[in-house]
Ligand binder design. Structure first.
Ligand SMILES: [Zn+2]
Length: 177
């Protein structure tokens, strides 16, 4: 699997390049939201193999994930960032790629579009890294993967190694700056 934070790699450049067209927080949380079920619901109920179910499906991206991402992007995270910035000023808590993302309010359409695109990139990447991504949950009969070697350890390690470098370059360039 791609480590959850690395899922922001395909979406951060969109905001850096077209800051007016995209909602940074909705893109970012959209891209990582699917993995929330792995650390919350499925370890408790122990139903779905490997912990991936509705939040890794197209249905989830347009329903559960969407609601959670919009709440996080429009309310929770701006609230936390504002508090942190007041408590520890000048540390870039509200800044990304030269923009104050708390002041940078987007229309609801932009937030929703960003949340969905972020979610789709998550599913797209997982298709290359897992034996079975439950894209069509709960309507499904056969395991879904984009490539037959999706779970090959060499492939996975290679992707992770590239991702870790790209991720830290992006963090260093944009986060808090
Ligand atoms: Zn995932």
């Amino acid at each position: 699997m791609v480590l959850t934070p690395f899922h922001v790699i395909p979406v951060w450049p969109l905001y850096a390049r077209w800051p007016r067209r995209w909602d940074l927080l909705a893109l970012s949380f959209g891209a990582v939201m699917s993995d929330v079920e792995i650390i919350t619901v499925y370890p408790i109920v122990r139903t779905w193999q490997a912990g991936r179910g509705i939040m890794h499906s197209l249905l989830g991206v347009f329903t559960v994930n969407l609601v959670l991402v919009v709440l996080a992007a429009r309310y929770l995270v701006p609230w936390i960032a504002t508090r942190l910035d007041r408590r520890f000023p000048g540390k870039g808590w509200r800044t990304f790629a030269g923009h104050d993302f708390v002041a940078d309010r987007k229309t609801l359409q932009v937030t929703i579009g960003s949340a969905i695109l972020g979610g789709l990139t998550h599913l797209g990447i997982d298709l290359f890294m897992h034996y079975d991504t439950p894209l069509l949950w709960p309507w499904r009969a056969v395991p879904l993967a984009a490539v037959p070697w999706a779970t090959d350890p060499t492939w996975n390690v290679a992707i992770e190694l590239v991702a870790v470098v790209v991720f830290f370059v992006m963090v260093w360039k944009w986060l808090g700056k």
